[in-house]
Design a protein. Structure first.
Length: 339
C-alpha cells in the first residue's frame, strides 16, 4: 500500500520567515477521537508568527497553522458529529494546518454549513471565534448594552473587521484604531462608529473627546467600558487611560511586543479598572463549547450581518512572503493560504 504524503510547512528552530520550510510528510490513519482532513484553504494568523518566532515556545520540529477548512477523508473511532465527505472547518490545537492534509483531534472541528465557502471557513474560524468570545463573553462589569462605547485596536485586521461588523449588529459604538487613514476608512466601512489613526492622533485624547458628551448625558465619566487590544506594548499604557472607572482592559495579543510588567497599584489609581489576558483556547475546551460558539458565528455570517473579507491569498509554497507581509502590517482583513 502506497504512503499518503502531504506537503507541510514546518520549522526546525525559532526565527524569521526564512525558517518556514515546505516538506513532504507521511500522513497516517486517524485514531480514537481523530479525523483526517484534506484542506482546501488555510487561515493565516498572528499567533502563527508568535509560534514561529518563539514568543510562544513549543517543541521542535513544529508544523505551523491553527486554522483550516476542507473535506473529511477518514474518521477514527468515537467520532460521531462528522463523517467521511463532510465539509469541515476549525481553529484548533495542536498546530499543523499549513498542509495539504493532516490527522488531527476532532474536538474543535465543526461541520461547515453549505452556504459558507471553504475559503471563508478557513479565514473566519480563529478570527471569528475570537471576535465572538471578546464581544459576547469578555465583558466589563455590568456587561455591554446598546449604545455603549468600546475601543478596538487593529480594527482593520482580520479580527478587527469582524468585530466592527458584529459590534454594530449588537448596537455598540465601536471606536476602532488603525495605523493609516486607508485602514481607518476600511474599519469605518465595516461598521466602526468612529476611527482613529494612532500614528497621527493621540488616541487616548481622541477617545475622551468622542465619549465626553454622550457619557455625560448618562451621568458617566468620559471613556470606554472595555478596550480590546491585540497590539500590546505600543498601545498598553494609553489604553488604560481610555477606560471609565471599573472598565475592563482585555488583552488578547501582542503584535507590537509583549507588555512589560506593571505595578497592580496603577489599576486602582486609574479608576479601579480590571485587566484580563484572553486566549481562544481557554474558551474552546470542549466539543460543546466550540460548537456553541461556532453556531453563533455561522449564524451572523449566514445572515449577512458579518461579511468575511479576504484581502490576501498566497499559495502554500509562498508562506514565507505571507509571514513577511503580515509582520510588516501590509495586510488587511483576512489572509489565506491555498493548496
Amino acid at each position: 500500500m502506497s504512503q499518503l504524503l502531504s506537503k507541510t510547512v514546518r520549522i526546525d528552530k525559532n526565527g524569521g520567515p526564512e525558517e518556514l520550510k515546505l516538506v513532504e510528510l507521511e500522513v497516517g490513519e486517524p485514531g480514537l477521537g481523530e479525523i483526517r482532513i484534506k484542506h482546501h484553504a488555510i487561515g493565516l494568523n498572528f499567533i502563527d508568527v508568535y509560534q514561529r518566532s518563539g514568543v510562544y515556545a513549543l517543541p521542535m520540529p513544529l508544523n505551523l497553522g491553527m486554522e483550516g477548512a476542507g473535506v473529511v477523508e477518514a474518521v477514527g473511532a468515537g467520532v460521531t458529529h462528522l463523517k467521511v465527505g463532510d465539509r469541515a472547518a476549525y481553529a484548533s490545537n495542536p498546530s499543523g494546518s499549513y498542509s495539504e492534509r493532516r490527522v488531527m483531534p476532532v474536538m474543535n472541528v465543526c461541520k461547515l454549513p453549505d452556504a459558507i465557502s471553504f475559503e471563508t471557513g478557513a479565514a473566519m474560524m480563529l478570527k471569528g471565534l475570537t471576535a465572538q468570545y471578546l464581544l459576547r463573553k469578555t465583558l466589563p462589569q455590568g456587561g455591554l448594552q446598546a449604545g455603549d462605547f468600546v475601543l478596538f485596536h487593529a480594527a482593520a485586521g482580520g479580527v478587527g473587521l469582524i468585530a466592527c461588523q458584529w459590534a454594530k449588529e449588537l448596537g455598540l459604538q465601536l471606536i476602532g484604531t488603525a495605523g493609516s487613514d486607508a485602514k481607518c476608512q476600511l474599519a469605518k466601512e465595516h461598521g466602526a462608529a468612529f476611527t482613529i489613526n494612532y500614528n497621527t492622533e493621540d488616541f487616548a485624547a481622541r477617545v475622551k473627546e468622542i465619549t465626553t458628551a454622550a457619557n455625560a448625558a448618562k451621568g458617566m465619566k468620559p471613556g470606554v467600558k472595555v478596550v480590546y487590544d491585540s497590539v500590546g506594548k505600543d498601545t498598553w499604557d494609553k489604553s488604560l487611560d481610555c477606560l471609565q472607572p471599573f472598565g475592563l482592559m482585555a488583552s488578547f495579543g501582542n503584535a507590537s511586543g509583549v507588555v512589560p510588567p506593571f505595578a497592580p497599584g496603577i489599576l486602582g489609581a486609574k479608576g479601579s479598572i480590571y485587566v484580563t489576558r484572553q486566549t481562544l483556547f481557554s474558551h474552546i475546551i470542549s466539543r460543546e463549547a466550540t460548537q456553541a460558539m461556532a453556531d453563533e458565528l455561522f449564524a451572523v455570517v449566514e445572515s449577512g450581518a458579518v461579511k468575511i473579507r479576504i484581502d490576501q491569498r498566497y499559495p502554500l509554497a509562498d508562506v514565507q512572503q505571507a509571514h513577511r507581509d503580515l509582520e510588516a502590517r501590509k495586510t488587511t482583513g483576512c489572509t489565506i493560504l491555498t493548496v
